[in-house]
Design a protein around this ligand. Structure first.
Ligand SMILES: *[C@@H]1O[C@H](CO)[C@@H](O)[C@H](O)[C@H]1NC(C)=O
Ligand SMILES: *[C@@H]1O[C@H](CO)[C@@H](O)[C@H](O)[C@H]1NC(C)=O
Ligand SMILES: *[C@@H]1O[C@H](CO)[C@@H](O)[C@H](O)[C@H]1NC(C)=O
Ligand SMILES: *[C@@H]1O[C@H](CO)[C@@H](O)[C@H](O)[C@H]1NC(C)=O
Ligand SMILES: *[C@@H]1O[C@H](CO)[C@@H](O)[C@H](O)[C@H]1NC(C)=O
Length: 666
């Protein structure tokens, strides 16, 4: 059913032979749109001069070589044996042993099916054979477009080409000669990205060779390859060659009416002269309507604000791929890497439409001197060129972005900055929505604004530019967030970063696993209002007043290790020590000082097995003798020397209050 036959060389003389010829040619050379009705001989065995073609029946496509991996745009492909061009079958013999007599390329071309008459007629009218002979006395290669390909034109570049060829006779010879290569090129000798000289003033035609097999000239697929003739070689194309030499990428970007917005991006990114001279490149050009899908303010910011120049360049480069990748090749690939370093997934649908990431290719194969252009209907933003809003959404913080809308911060995140957003994950927010972050809270604009602005720090900070214990000012008036950088984790206040370093053009997004609540109390106040710390608080008020002052007013950040009443009671049964501490002011002062660390200890994010030595004030003694406090995190339990820390803590404006289960002595 899907097998088909035979080609051969053309024979001029014998009329009988011509009839046979035509029938066979029709069968074999059906090309891109195969005529499936004709009867044909099936070649079942491989043999001499049998070539393999590949068909995609569902799309009526046929390729002159087998080059896909068995599917094309979700459809299975079928291999088909046929006689290689210039050979034919003979009764009772294997393979295609009969060699057709050699003829000139143009006379041979007249017998091809589907027809290539149109080109041949124009060629004769303009005496192409004489012109060729005039320029060139050796063998050459003719790239011959099928008739049905002449109706394809719909974009400006090729329109211009057709207008010139059809209307202005003056151009014809040059454009005809552009279809003539200056030597005999067998498809086996063509390589991807070759530029072949034509007889038209040495203008070149670009070769694409997909999977080392399927040959395209200026992105035009071939339907038959390697028809030998006495004076040269013929390859049949689905349509006339676009005159790539007329334009560069820059010319099309600057002149095509659908690309004026993209042109201004390329211009402001200072890349226009680059896309004029560099190549070959593939440009996935977002049309004006594609770019209008972006928020206007974002587009303005990234275009005109010099602070975002790098992001703009990344954005433009994300629409460029190195090499000339024709539509047919992209249809068969699964991804390409852009010059901005991003991998873009490619997906060809059953109807042979191509999606690049989230966008669709709406026009393809505008071939120019230094590459090829495909139009797309949605810009391809690298994370680096997205706004904080887009990046946060992608990183799993959609609900937080919804909150920024209610609190009036949304527009800032779209187009201003730079900011570092510590965005609570969607999960973190939904966990809280049933408790304090309920409907009443959301109705209170002041409270909501306080909360949201607390998650947005000023400046652009990646984890690798931050240092342990950095404090970042936030958009919330006077609000500061404290960052801990550990070997493998990062925390901000008590939020553990679960998806960090998402770069946007105007900052970074770090997704955290908690909603961060601005602390309200100082350590001293927290000590006073926490119910189960009354006894410890009594000790502190009896002790060193300078310490109390620090807890009440100092900037810190400190870590206060407080002992709950229950544990104080247990410990007070050791009457001797208790008595000594209560009645010896020096010992009391020192004891309390052991409980105060000049450090911000965040129990979350600690790695199993980690241990650190800390020097609290109470253990620094004269003459250099210092006895550190050993902080160990083991089996999920944090401890300081022999005192274990409970999992609760109170974040305070000047530090953190941890609960330990016993007194630490100096
Ligand atoms: C394929 O060709 C057949 C017969 O010429 C036609 O009926 C059919 O609509 C074509 N299918 C496609 C997808 O072009
Ligand atoms: C791309 O095409 C698909 C399928 O035709 C469609 O669902 C999608 O919305 C298109 N995308 C855009 C950005 O138009
Ligand atoms: C809203 O929140 C602020 C600050 O959290 C608070 O002072 C105020 O009383 C709240 N207003 C209402 C109506 O609940
Ligand atoms: C002491 O009180 C704090 C805050 O109310 C609480 O989180 C903690 O679990 C209590 N500790 C003990 C040992 O009861
Ligand atoms: C302990 O602190 C108290 C209160 O600040 C102070 O008066 C006293 O001198 C301190 N004692 C010693 C021995 O440091």
């Amino acid at each position: 059913m899907r097998a088909r036959v035979v080609l051969f060389r053309r024979h001029v003389a014998a009329a009988v032979s011509v009839v046979v010829c035509v029938a066979a040619l029709v069968a074999s050379a059906a090309g891109r749109r195969r005529d499936r009705s004709r009867k044909s001989r099936v070649i079942l065995d491989p043999g001499r001069d049998v070539c393999m073609a590949e068909d995609v029946p569902a799309l009526n496509l046929s390729f002159p070589t087998a080059w896909t991996h068995g599917t094309f745009c979700t459809h299975p492909t079928y291999l088909r044996r046929q006689c290689c061009s210039g050979f034919q079958i003979a009764a009772l013999q294997r393979g295609c042993p009969v060699v057709e007599p050699v003829e000139t390329v143009l006379s041979a071309a007249q017998q091809l099916q589907p027809s290539v008459d149109r080109f041949v007629r124009i060629a004769h009218r303009h005496s192409l054979p004489d012109v060729v002979r005039e320029y060139h006395d050796a063998a050459f290669t003719l790239l011959l477009p099928e008739d049905q390909g002449w109706t394809y034109a719909e974009d400006t570049v090729t329109d211009e080409f057709l207008r010139r060829i059809l209307v202005s006779g003056r151009w014809v010879p040059a454009l005809l000669l552009y279809h003539v290569l200056d030597r005999r090129w067998h498809s086996n000798h063509l390589r991807d990205n070759d530029e072949l000289r034509t007889l038209a003033d040495d203008r070149t035609v670009a070769v694409s060779k997909i999977n080392k097999k399927m040959v395209l000239f200026n992105c035009v697929p071939t339907t038959q390859l390697d028809l030998h003739a006495r004076d040269g070689m013929v390859h049949v194309l689905t349509k006339p060659l676009p005159p790539a030499y007329l334009h560069t990428l820059a010319d099309v970007v600057l002149t095509h009416p659908a690309l004026s917005l993209f042109a201004s991006l390329v211009g402001y990114a200072d890349l226009m002269s680059w896309v004029r001279t560099e190549g070959p490149l593939t440009m996935l050009a977002p049309t004006n309507s594609a770019l209008r899908r972006l928020p206007r303010r974002f587009l303005d910011s990234i275009t005109y604000d010099v602070r975002y120049f790098e992001a703009l360049q990344a954005m433009v480069k994300n629409h460029l791929v190195r090499g000339r990748h024709c539509f047919l090749e992209l249809q068969a690939r699964v991804r390409v890497e852009t010059l901005a370093g991003h991998q873009l997934p490619l997906l060809c649908s059953a109807s042979a439409k191509l999606a690049v990431g989230d966008s669709n290719v709406t026009r393809s194969d505008l071939v120019v001197a230094n590459g090829v252009i495909h139009f797309i209907d949605m810009p391809l933003l690298p994370s680096k060129a997205m706004s904080l809003v887009q990046v946060a959404r992608q990183a799993g913080a959609r609900r937080f972005i919804e909150l920024t809308k209610r609190s009036g911060l949304f527009d800032d995140l779209v187009s201003f900055g730079p900011y570092t957003v510590f965005a609570p994950s969607d999960e973190a927010l939904s966990r809280q929505s049933s408790s304090w972050l309920g409907r009443d809270f959301l109705r209170n604009e002041t409270a909501l604004r306080d909360l949201v602005t607390y998650h947005v720090a000023l400046g652009s900070h990646a984890s690798f530019t931050l240092r342990d214990n950095d404090e970042l000012a936030t958009r919330r008036e006077g609000g500061v967030v404290r960052v801990k950088i550990l070997p493998k984790t990062m925390t901000v206040e008590d939020g553990l970063v679960i998806n960090g370093d998402n770069e946007a053009f105007n900052g970074y997004v770090h997704v955290v696993d908690r909603v961060l609540r601005p602390p309200v109390h100082t350590l001293a106040r927290a000590l006073a209002v926490t119910r189960n710390l009354t006894r410890f608080n009594t000790l502190v008020t009896k002790g060193d007043l300078s310490l109390l002052r620090e807890l009440g007013r100092g900037r810190g950040p400190y870590t206060l290790l407080a002992v709950p009443d229950e544990d104080m009671d247990r410990w007070a049964s050791d009457l001797f020590t208790y008595y000594r501490i209560l009645h010896d002011q020096t010992i009391l002062n020192q004891t309390l000082n052991v409980h105060l660390l000049d450090d911000f200890v965040m129990p979350r994010g600690l790695l199993e097995g980690s241990h650190t030595l800390l020097y609290p004030r109470g253990r620094r003694r004269p003459r250099g003798y210092e006895q550190p406090l050993r902080m160990v995190f083991s089996k999920g339990q944090l401890s300081f020397d022999h005192a274990s820390v409970t999992s609760d803590y109170v974040l305070c404006t000047n530090g953190i209050l941890l609960f330990v289960d016993s007194i630490l002595l100096p």
